[in-house]
Write a protein that binds this ligand. Structure first.
Ligand code: NAD
Ligand code: WQD
Length: 332
């Protein structure tokens, strides 16, 4: 039996594939490379010295997805494939709704047809919206402020309905906080195209001299130093959480939302300091206006993951920055 990993060539997917292979699992990856490169697959093989089947296909292409299920015995799916740029989702919402939601619907339909009813889905802490007070726990009301976030919310609702309609389904909806860092090998990590939107890839490009300075989006929040606070989580800790979630999905049915975060918040300036320490480089910054849609602080109540998966994050901010820097400086 194999586990299908959608979006396995991407940032979180590639790290999870490494953990799955190292745990002795058989995997099949599907990706259309809309936001990744084939190189990542070679690097997963180089790190693990293990092989796997790969299909270059779009989730929207039902025939291609059916072919994967027809040719392999898939008994669970880890579903990463989706578009994730918040700003872009505001300018091209239909592309986001189509890719993320239609893609997931087709995937679920094909899974049901082949009797595969276990899914671990990449949701996001963005579903906690703007009005909850952190630490966020899974019982809080959810909402979204942009089309990207709405795709995550809608998919969570779809997966809940699916589990209500058929009690054999098991879906674990993992609400990731802010994944950063890279694999220790320096071979896989996050390398967005163009100018990064997210903090860490931007800081990395300032540290290696590709960008002049960081624009800090506001220093007048009600936080210890006035800059935004987030729950940064090492991508390898996050990847390991998926193995625990998968195990949960094999042993339980129904829809379950679980936070994957550390429970600790760091400000933008904390991250800048940690990155300077890890890289030995200066990270100059300029304080600018707030970015629309940002909350002052976001961090997890991480106790549910500990309770149901016996999982908790182990790597701290220094290791996150060291590993990010190793990848950034190896892959200039
Ligand atoms: P990523 O862009 O690096 O990986 C996503 C992968 O999916 C890419 O390789 C892309 O080519 C592929 N893909 C996208 N649409 C596809 C389609 N229709 N068919 C086939 N492949 C497709 O992103 P990531 O950071 O690894 O995120 C993985 C998942 O986690 C996404 O669903 C994202 O929304 C979610 N998530 C990410 C973060 C984050 O900060 N990185 C936070 C919360 C949730
Ligand atoms: C972190 C902090 C910024 C860039 C986003 C998505 C969310 C999730 C993760 C997928 C904030 C500040 C940033 C910069 C800055 N993705 N910042 N200068 O906004 O918490 O979450 O990625 O689900 O949905 O919204 O992450 O890395 O963009 O920002 O000052 O150039 O860094 O204001 O306080 P965010 P981020």
């Amino acid at each position: 039996m194999s586990i299908l990993v959608t979006g396995g060539a991407g940032y979180i997917g590639s790290h999870t594939c490494v953990e799955l292979l190292e745990a002795g699992k058989d995997i099949v990856i599907v990706d259309n490379f809309v936001n990744s490169k084939p190189e990542a697959l070679e690097r997963i093989k180089a790190i693990t010295k293990k092989d796997f089947k790969f299909y270059e296909a779009d989730l929207i292409d039902r025939e291609a997805i059916e072919k994967i299920f027809a040719e392999n015995e898939i008994d669970a799916v880890i579903h990463f494939a989706g578009l994730k740029a918040v700003g872009e989702s505001v300018s091209i919402p239909l592309r986001y709704y189509h890719n993320n939601i239609t893609g997931t619907l087709i995937l679920c339909e094909v899974m049901a047809k082949y009797g595969c009813k276990r899914m671990v889905f990449s949701s996001s802490a963005t579903v906690y919206g703007m009005s909850n007070i952190p630490p966020y726990n899974e019982t809080m009301p959810t909402s979204a402020t942009n089309p990207y976030g709405r795709t995550k919310l809608m998919i969570e609702e779809i997966l809940k309905d699916l589990c209500i309609s058929d009690s054999e389904w098991s879906t674990v909806m993992l609400r990731y906080f802010n994944p950063i860092g890279a694999h220790k090998s320096g071979l896989i990590g996050e390398s967005p195209n163009g100018i990064p939107n997210n903090l860490l890839p931007y800081v990395a490009m300032v540290a290696n001299g590709k960008l002049k300075h960081l624009n800090v989006y506001g220093d007048d929040y009600e936080t210890p130093d006035g800059t935004g606070v987030r729950d940064y989580i090492h991508v390898v800790d996050l990847a390991k959480g998926h193995l625990k979630a998968l195990n949960y999905a094999y042993n339980n049915t129904g829809a379950k939302a679980v936070n994957l975060g550390t429970g600790h918040g760091y400000s933008v300036l904390d991250v800048v300091k940690a990155y300077e320490k890890a890289s030995g480089k200066n990270v100059p910054y300029v304080i600018g206006p707030r970015r629309p849609g940002d909350v002052a602080a976001s961090f997890a109540d991480a106790s549910e993951a500990k309770r149901v998966f016996n999982w908790e994050a182990t790597l701290g901010i220094d290791e996150m920055c060291e590993d990010s820097w190793r990848f950034a400086s190896n892959n200039q």
